[in-house]
Design a protein around this ligand. Structure first.
Ligand SMILES: [Zn+2]
Ligand SMILES: [Zn+2]
Length: 369
């Protein structure tokens, strides 16, 4: 493959990126430039460790030893409300979104569309205020992966890792019963450089009455692909990637890990069920164990190849109350901080990376154990 810069379009979101391997050779005078490795920044005492249950709000979900009491020791995994929530459950009371009579039927219908994956209100401009706002009504939760002070999810046992994945499902199922909510973001920040404020491995769950814009873009683009081709864009991508093997990092019986065709950061990796599944809520216990083992393998390979980068992973699944669409296919995106976004990224949403994804895939395959 040549070093010529190449434009690539992500088939799911429609975003364009630049792959420019030559830029890897540019002189860099700032010593703290890319990549962004995990920094410890660890502090004790840790409010997420066993024995510190009083340091967190009361748990809303837990996997516990028989006979143990809520909010005491004897747990394997806990979900607690975030002490510093971005969303508040009781913020709905004064919400204009839910006050009939304050809006026309058109506006109300448009708002109801939010639950069907519509982020932007549609209609005649004079139907809407210039400045739309609503109370941040929703839920912000922290899922503490394990009682021991572990700072790296690959150090979880397979069972612990599978429990994390199954607990994502449980929280999605619980939160999806709330008709006020449109979307649940489930993600993990690993390392301070990826936004983690505490080292003890944990995930975040944020349920909102709106569908975030990146999800909206994926849903819209994926729906358009299906309308045009009659197939799911993710299913097509998986089929082609498996046939060519160029971007496949690893696979198990039912899941595959591939490098993104048009990555935002070098080594951006997606993990998908091979068969079409619109909703993560359908994940079975055996599938969770299989997925846990695959994720640990590819994350360890990423740590080897990129010397423990900070990263996020996030779950993308069909929004709440949006049925089981043929055009959307849940997946996990793993986004390592292998560079620092600059003007083109922040100002225009166009990412430049310096590693050709097919090269990245072969490096990771060689590091898989
Ligand atoms: Zn801890
Ligand atoms: Zn599909």
């Amino acid at each position: 493959m040549s070093d010529e810069p190449e434009l690539r379009r992500d088939p799911v979101s429609g975003r364009w990126v630049v792959i420019a391997p030559e830029r890897a050779r540019r002189p860099i005078a700032f010593s703290d430039h890319a990549p962004r490795h995990r920094t410890s920044g660890d502090s004790r005492p840790c409010p997420f460790c066993a024995g510190a249950e009083a340091e967190t709000p009361n748990e809303v979900y837990a996997i516990r030893d028989p006979g143990s009491l809520p909010n005491g020791p004897g747990w394997q995994l806990r979900v607690v409300p975030n002490m510093y929530p971005a969303m508040r459950p009781n913020a709905t009371a004064a919400s204009p979104v839910h006050t009939p009579g304050l809006m026309s039927g058109t506006v109300r219908a448009a708002i109801e569309e939010i639950g069907k994956g519509q982020y932007l209100l549609r209609g005649a401009p004079d139907e809407f205020p210039l400045f739309n706002s609503a109370p941040a009504a929703g839920f912000a939760e922290v899922l503490i992966d394990c009682p021991d002070h572990i700072d790296d999810p690959t150090k979880l046992t397979d069972d612990q890792f599978a429990d994390v994945l199954l607990s994502y499902r449980e929280r999605l199922l619980t939160l999806s019963a709330d008709p006020r909510l449109a979307h649940v973001a489930v993600f993990k920040n690993v390392g301070a450089e990826a936004g983690a404020s505490l080292a003890h491995t944990h995930s975040q769950i944020i349920a909102t009455p709106i569908v975030p814009i990146l999800m909206h873009a994926e849903l819209t683009c994926a729906e358009a692909y299906t309308a045009r081709c009659g197939r799911c864009v993710f299913c097509d991508l998986i089929e082609k990637d498996l046939a060519e093997s160029l971007r496949v990092v690893a696979r198990s019986e039912n899941f595959v890990a591939v490098m993104a065709f048009a990555p935002r950061f070098a080594y951006e990796m997606w993990v998908l069920p091979i068969a079409h599944e619109a909703r993560y809520e359908s994940l079975s216990e055996t599938a969770a164990t299989e997925l846990a083992i695959l994720l640990k393998r590819v994350l360890r390979a990423l740590d080897v190849v990129q010397n423990a980068p900070a990263y996020n992973w996030f779950l993308h699944t069909t929004p709440l109350h949006a049925g089981v669409p043929a055009h959307y296919h849940w997946h996990l995106e793993i986004l390592p901080r292998t560079a620092r976004p600059a003007g083109l990224e922040w100002g225009y949403g166009c990412h430049i990376t310096t590693v050709v994804p097919e090269h990245a895939a072969s490096q990771l395959r060689a590091a898989i154990m």
